[in-house]
Design a protein around this ligand. Structure first.
Ligand code: BDP
Length: 704
């Protein structure tokens, strides 16, 4: 071919691989798209990955790593990376201490069991990249890290990266029911097709495993915390075992939520009293049975004596009695009990105080293989909560941080809300001088995954799964950096578009706080389904289910007094925080009404009264969503058409719903405060009665 013809052919190929809009993008590929890179980047990747050298015979985990590298390189460059036994120029070398090339000094001891190092170096005069780890799981994580570096435009010829996870257990919690409904799930039916398991294994399970392994998630609780005992029967253990087989090569252990009363329901015992020898024997036999089929079973997650679930208190015992009994049953097999601290009994005062009141006195009494799993805040996954007072308060007990990835209280999957900043806020909060991230041994995220084609119910909700996994691996990452790398892998690497998308994502969390629950308000949502505003609700059977219980708005003011004059929940925090939170002037303004009941004319830092600031924040939230919409519209040329249209349609819904939240809350709080709207603000579109009359009987996510 003549040179000009070659150039033309190359240019055409380059164009074809540039914005890969040939095939419709429906979001299935997540951040593992490996689409064609622009020509220069393509060449850069191709020269660093001409061949892949690895140990033979390769374990299933190593095979998964090699397959992923091949898939990624082929996708990005259009060229195959060959398997090789000898390193040549441009080789990727996957090495453990057993097959590491001599004379290369690698930081093995720092890498631990799951960490990896990526290093560009010269070996016998050849330029190679070493992916090093102590285990094949580490090599898998390292391979994903190399692919991430390639997709985000890192200089692959000068790599020198090392990473090891800070937290040993990084789990997803699926609130999936055995009938495939998903409690608080907004992404379609459960991906676990229990009925067809164990014989039929959906290929999706492998893609699920790849996605999680790419983030370093190493465990998954398959079933809802509101568990059915059936999940512990032989047929369901066999189904869980089939899933465990698929997930195992990807470093992911299977866990189950256990129903505390299972010995009665399945075993025919008269009691589930944790001190009863027959009950203890039943659990021990059950654990043995599970480990027979799933030798690396992770353990049990337990919701006990919370929201009507059975637990040790039904027999006059406490959380230690219950958790330690299960711990004993699992300990011979190396299993762990994740015992949840999300508890609240009816009408025992301030609900925000209950977990601390029940758990803190038990510090030091739990068995070594029990981890107490604590939600990020003391109420329930609200758009913003102060960090939970248990963090830092149980130094002798391993704790897990529980985050919610699914957006039960943040607009379901229709609202674009990037949760990275929320996760970062709690991980970095300092209960007593050290961040929450250092007070926990494990982290769990309530999954937002379903069988929708795009996995999470919306394209942007994938970013929340991603951010959870990345921050679980390294809680010190900045959520803005995580957003950037997600955008680059998921949508585009064009710098201006990336900046714009990251800016949208970062603004989105503050926006939802503003248009739903500004200034520390919480729990204002519709009853049971949790969709939309309902601050007026005051007639539910339990006081602490009513929004009016939480905002306490009246003529005199608004907010929950948790100071010593009120419920004194502030006393559950370490002394410095307790003192700070006891006074409105020293309380972070974003938490103000969480801790204080203040008059409507209380002056805020902006110079506005509390009432004017409240309305201003509601307005700011709506305005931010309107801005996000126009930013997205302006990105039309940068995003593939299908996903652009999908997101545009969702943003229109979000803007309408943000207005609805704002209008309904302003209308309601105005009716209570009796104050005129601040000058220049828009009147709500409808009357308060019209907002109150809305019903949503078939809202998703209620579970089975
Ligand atoms: C609440 C959910 C409920 C869960 C509960 C829990 O509304 O569906 O069962 O938390 O975490 O947020 O147990």
């Amino acid at each position: 071919m003549k040179t000009w013809a070659k150039r033309l052919a190359a240019a055409l190929l380059g164009m074809a691989l540039l914005p890969a809009w040939g095939a419709v993008e429906d979001g299935y590929d997540l951040w593992l798209r490996y689409r064609g890179l622009a020509m220069v980047a393509q060449a850069r990747v191709a020269t660093q990955a001409r061949s892949i050298v690895h140990a033979e015979p390769a374990s299933p985990t190593l095979q998964a790593a090699v397959a992923e590298l091949k898939r990624g390189v082929a996708g990005m460059t259009g060229k195959e990376a060959a398997s090789a036994t000898q390193s040549a120029d441009g080789a990727l070398l996957l090495v453990t201490p057993a097959n590491a090339p001599k004379g290369v000094d690698l930081p093995w001891s720092e890498l631990g069991r799951e960490g990896y190092a990526l290093r560009s170096l010269k070996l016998g005069g050849r330029a190679v990249t070493v992916i090093a780890a102590n285990t094949d799981t580490g090599l898998l994580y390292g391979s994903f890290a190399w692919l991430r570096a390639a997709q985000t435009g890192a200089d692959l010829s000068r790599l020198d990266l090392r990473a090891a996870p800070k937290l040993g257990l990084r789990l997803l919690n699926h609130w999936d029911n055995l009938d495939r409904t998903v409690e608080r799930g907004y992404a379609g039916a459960s991906i676990w097709d229990w009925w067809k398991l164990p014989d039929l294994r959906d290929v999706r399970y492998v893609d699920y495993a790849r996605a999680n392994a790419s983030l370093g998630i190493n465990g998954t609780v398959l079933n809802n915390v509101n568990a059915k005992a059936d999940s512990l029967t032989a047929p369901f253990i066999a189904k869980a075992a089939a899933l465990a087989e698929v997930l195992r090569p990807y470093g992911i252990k299977v866990w189950l939520s256990a129903r505390f009363s299972a010995p009665k329901e399945l075993g025919g015992l008269k009691t589930a009293d944790p001190l009863d020898p027959a009950v203890r024997a039943w659990w021990k036999a059950k654990a043995d049975e599970i480990y027979q089929s799933i030798p690396d079973f992770g353990g049990f997650l337990v919701k006990a004596n919370s929201e009507g679930q059975p637990g040790p208190q039904d027999y006059g015992r406490n959380h230690v009695d219950g958790a330690n009994m299960l711990a004993e049953a699992l300990s011979a097999h190396g299993g762990v009990v994740m015992w949840r601290a999300f508890v609240y009994a009816p009408d025992t005062g301030d609900r925000a105080k209950q977990a601390f009141a029940e758990f803190q006195p038990l510090d030091g009494q739990f068995a070594a293989n029990v981890i107490v799993q604590v939600k990020n805040g003391a109420i329930d996954f609200q758009p913003r909560e102060p960090f939970h007072p248990l963090f830092g308060a149980m130094p002798k007990t391993p704790l897990a941080l529980e985050l919610q990835i699914t957006k039960e209280y943040l607009g379901f999957s229709t609202h674009l809300v990037y949760l990275g900043p929320l996760f970062e806020e709690v991980l970095r909060a300092q209960p007593d001088g050290a961040p929450v991230a250092q007070h926990v041994k494990a982290i769990a995220g309530v999954a937002n995954i379903g069988s929708d084609r795009n996995w999470s119910g919306s394209h942007f909700d994938q970013a929340n799964w991603y951010a959870f996994g990345r921050l679980a691996w390294n809680p010190e990452l900045a959520s803005s950096d995580v957003a950037r790398e997600w955008v680059q892998q998921t949508f585009t690497t064009a710098p201006r578009a990336v900046d714009s998308l990251v800016a949208m994502m970062l603004a989105s969390r503050e926006a939802v706080v503003d248009y739903m629950t500004p200034l520390g308000l919480h729990h204002l949502m519709g009853t049971a389904h949790h969709h939309g505003p309902a601050p007026w609700v005051d007639d539910l059977e339990r006081a602490d289910w009513n929004p009016v219980y939480f905002h306490r708005a009246g003529r005199d003011g608004i907010g929950f007094d948790r100071t010593p004059r009120g419920s004194n929940a502030v006393a559950q925090y370490a002394p410095d925080w307790a003192a700070r939170l006891a006074r409105p002037e020293t309380t972070p303004e974003d938490w103000l009404l969480w801790f204080h009941h203040l008059p409507w004319d209380y002056p805020l830092r902006s110079g506005r009264t509390l009432w004017a600031e409240l309305v201003a924040r509601y307005d700011r939230g709506v305005a931010t969503v309107a801005d996000m919409r126009s930013q997205w519209a302006a990105l039309k040329a940068d995003i593939d058409p299908q996903r652009h249209a999908d997101v545009a349609a969702y943003l229109a819904v979000q803007e309408a719903e943000a207005r609805w939240w704002r209008d309904a809350c302003v209308a309601y709080f105005q009716s209570v405060s009796g104050l005129p709207l601040p000058a220049g603000t828009r009147a709500p579109a409808h009357s308060l009665d019209e907002y109150k009359a809305q019903r949503f009987n078939f809202a998703p996510g209620r579970g089975g």
